[in-house]
Design a binder for this molecule. Structure first.
Ligand code: FAD
Ligand code: NAP
Length: 313
C-alpha cells in the first residue's frame, strides 16, 4: 500500500503536519520518528514563548499531548530512523535503517537542525543551565543581567544586539580580530554601548554551581586568561542541518539546498521536487522556534491534502 503522506521527523513541525493531514481527511499517513516524538524542545527546561501557554512548563510538558492529539485523528507512528528518501517516478521511497522501504505519494520532512558545540570545558555540563544556543528562547531569563555571547558570524552579532536590549551588558567573545558578519551589523554592534568586544579570545572553561553558570574563563591568543562573571553564556558558532536523509546514492541531494545545507522552499513549504515539502528548522530562513515549526507543518499539510487529492482523483 502506498502511503498518502510520509512525515519524516516527529518534532513540532512533523507532529503538526500529522495533525493537519489526518484531520484534513487523509487516511493513510505515517510519521517516521527515530526517538520519542516531541523534537529538540523536549530538552529545554523552560518554555515561555509558545502562545497561550502560561505558567512554568518544560519543553517536555509542552510536547507531551501532541502525539495523542494526532493519533486521535489516525496518524500512525513508526519509531524508526529513516536513512534516505528517494523518488521513483511519482512515488517516494522511504528507506528505513533496517533496510526495508515504504512508499508514499507525498513527503513532509521536518528533521530539524542542531547547533554546533564548541567543545570547551563545562559546555555540555552546563547546557540548559546557563549555556544556551537560543537567545529568543532564553534571553529573557537574563533580563537586567550580564551575559556572554560567543561567535563572530551574523547569528552571533544579531543575537548580541537582541540580548543587549534585554540584558545590562553583553560580552562578545570572538576568536579573531575581524568579524565574519555583515559590515553594517558589525557597525551596529560597535556602536552599542553595552556590548564589550573581547577579541582574539576563545572560551577556556565555563563554571558554576548547583544553580547553574556563575562565570566563564576566556583565553586570549597571547595566552592570558580572563574571568568574566556572568550567569548566561550563549554560543552561536553555526548550525548543522539534519539533511542526510535527502542525500542520494550519487552524492547529490534530492532537492535544491543552499550553501548551508538548508532546504530551499517557497512560502507553501514546497521544495524543488513535486510532492516533497520541507518544514521547521531545516528550511531556509527558519526562525528556529516551536511556533514557526508548527506553522510550517500546518502549511505543508494543507498543500499535501490538495496535492494528493489531485493526484488520486
Ligand atoms: P526538531 O524539534 O529538531 O525535530 C526533528 C525531529 O526529527 C526530532 O525528533 C528527531 O529525532 C527527528 N529525526 C531527525 N532525523 C531523523 C531521521 N533520520 N529519521 C527519523 N527521525 C529523525 N523554541 C521556542 O520556540 N522557544 C523556546 O524556548 C525554545 N527553547 C529551546 C531550547 C533548547 C535547549 C533547544 C535545543 C531548542 C529550543 N527552541 C525553542 C527551538 C525549538 O526546539 C526548535 O525550533 C523546534 O523544535 C524545531 O522543530 P522541528 O520540528 O523543525 O525540528
Ligand atoms: P557562521 O557564519 O559560520 O559563523 C560562525 C562564527 O563562529 C564564525 O565567526 C566563527 O569564527 C565562529 N566559530 C566557529 N567555530 C568556532 C569555534 N570552535 N570556537 C570559536 N568560534 C568559532 O555561522 P552563523 O553566524 O550561524 O551564520 C550561518 C549563515 O547564515 C551565514 O552564511 C550567515 O551569513 C547567515 N546568516 C545571515 C543572517 C542575515 O543575513 N541577517 C543572519 C544570521 C545568519 P571565524 O569567523 O573565525 O571562522
Amino acid at each position: 500500500m502506498i502511503l498518502d503522506c510520509a512525515i519524516i521527523g516527529g518534532g513540532p513541525a512533523g507532529l503538526t503536519a500529522g495533525l493537519y493531514t489526518t484531520r484534513g481527511g487523509l487516511e493513510n499517513v505515517t510519521m517516521f520518528e527515530k526517538g520519542m516524538p516531541g523534537g529538540q524542545i523536549t530538552s529545554s527546561s523552560e518554555i515561555e514563548n509558545y502562545p497561550g501557554v502560561t505558567g512554568e512548563i518544560t519543553g517536555m510538558d509542552l510536547m507531551m499531548p501532541w502525539p495523542a492529539q494526532c493519533q486521535k485523528f489516525g496518524l500512525k507512528h513508526e519509531m524508526v530512523e529513516v536513512t534516505r528518501i528517494s523518488k521513483d517516478g511519482d512515488t517516494f521511497r522511504i528507506h528505513r535503517a533496517d533496510g526495508t522501504i515504504d512508499e508514499a505519494h507525498s513527503v513532509i520532512i521536518g528533521t530539524g537542525s542542531r547547533p554546533r558545540h564548541i567543545g570547551f570545558a563545562g559546555e555540555d555540563e552546563f547546557f540548559g543551565r546557563g549555556v544556551s544556543t537560543c537567545a529568543t528562547c532564553d534571553g529573557f531569563f537574563y533580563k537586567g543581567k550580564e551575559v556572554v555571547v560567543i561567535g563572530g558570524g551574523d547569528t552571533a552579532l544579531e543575537e548580541a544586539l537582541y540580548l543587549s536590549k534585554i540584558c545590562s551588558k553583553v560580552y562578545l567573545i570572538h576568536r579573531r580580530e575581524e568579524f565574519r558578519s555583515a559590515p553594517n551589523t558589525v557597525d551596529r554592534v560597535k556602536k552599542t554601548e553595552n556590548i564589550e568586544l573581547v577579541l582574539n579570545s576563545v572560551p577556556d572553561e565555563v563554571y558554576g554551581d548547583n544553580m547553574g553558570v556563575t562565570g566563564i574563563r576566556v583565553k586570549n591568543n597571547d595566552g592570558s586568561l580572563r574571568d568574566i562573571e556572568v550567569p548566561g553564556v550563549f554560543t552561536f558558532v553555526g548550525n548543522d542541518i539534519n539533511n542526510q536523509t535527502l542525500m542520494q546514492e550519487d552524492g547529490n541531494f534530492l532537492c535544491d539546498m543552499n550553501e548551508q545545507g538548508q532546504v530551499i522552499v517557497d512560502i507553501s513549504m514546497k521544495t524543488s521536487v513535486v510532492g516533497l515539502y520541507a518544514t521547521g528548522d531545516m528550511r531556509v530562513e527558519a526562525p528556529k522556534q516551536v511556533v514557526s515549526a508548527a506553522g510550517d507543518g500546518a502549511v505543508a499539510a494543507l498543500q499535501v491534502i490538495s496535492f494528493v487529492d489531485e493526484l488520486l482523483n
